[in-house]
Structures are given as structure tokens and as C-alpha cells.
Design a protein around this ligand. Structure first.
Ligand code: ZN
Length: 143
């Protein structure tokens, strides 16, 4: 059986107000490091001042990015915490909505700063470790 299919237990949960102006990815990465979270599920709602999202071009094996400046709603943001190079690593995807309620979604990059945000992190037992995957060019969970 694939090791990642083993069941995990929920441990601590954090329900966090992310401060205005904070870089969402960096803030949650620092929180995970402070609380020694090695594995977890993340969800966030809120709004951003600036946000960069993107998709992974599967032919070129590179991200295509777009930056949104000005107010955007974080309609939904989900992801996880795992370990990369011995440190907590946040992987987040976000759906952002503009003032006309149009939505855009993708992988959320560092540099995305919040107007305000509320995050829920569920720590899970065990750890997920990322390692380079030559086939995809991504850093994926060890099997
Ligand atoms: Zn992603």
C-alpha cells in the first residue's frame, strides 16, 4: 500500500486571525514553524491587497503567474502543511473574487498580502515529506 494512504489522526487545531498586510504564505509558514506543525490541512477566507496565483504548465514544467492588485476576496483557499528540506512548507490554492464577483483561481504564491484573513489549520499526526519528482518537475510527497 502507498504510505500516504495510512490514516492520520487530527491533533491540535489553530483558528487564527492573519494580520493586515501579512504575506499569507509566509505568515502561515512561520506559524507552522513556531508551533512545530509537520503535517496539516489548511483553509482560509478573507481578502487580499495583492495576490499572485498561477497554474502549472505541464508541458513546460513551469508556473504561469498572474498578479492581482487591489481588493480581491479570498472566496476559498485550501491547502496543506508538509515538510520540505526539513522545514514546514505551505501549499495553498486560492479562488479570488473581484468587485464584480468574477472569480480566478490557482496556486497561491508568496507575496500575496492580506487585507484581513481567517485561517483554520488542523494539525495531523505523522509527517508528509516533499522531495523532488523528476517526472513532473514538482516537489511532491514521498510515496
Ligand atoms: Zn499548487
Amino acid at each position: 500500500m502507498n504510505r500516504t494512504e495510512h490514516p492520520m489522526r487530527a491533533k491540535r487545531q489553530f483558528f487564527v486571525r492573519v494580520p493586515r498586510g501579512a504575506d499569507l504564505v509566509e505568515y502561515l509558514t512561520a506559524l507552522a514553524a513556531r508551533k512545530r506543525i509537520r503535517c496539516g490541512a489548511v483553509s482560509v477566507i478573507g481578502a487580499t491587497h495583492v495576490a499572485t496565483i498561477g497554474t502549472f504548465d505541464q508541458r513546460r514544467l513551469a508556473y504561469v503567474k498572474k498578479t492581482f492588485r487591489g481588493e480581491m476576496e479570498i472566496v476559498s483557499c485550501t491547502g496543506n502543511v508538509s515538510v520540505k528540506d526539513g522545514k514546514p512548507f505551505l501549499h495553498l490554492h486560492a479562488v479570488l473574487g473581484d468587485t464584480k464577483l468574477r472569480c480566478y483561481g490557482g496556486h497561491l504564491f508568496p507575496g500575496s498580502k492580506v487585507f484581513s484573513a481567517e485561517a483554520h489549520i488542523v494539525e495531523l499526526s505523522g509527517a508528509r515529506v516533499r522531495e523532488p519528482d523528476p517526472e513532473t518537475g514538482l516537489s511532491l510527497w514521498r510515496r
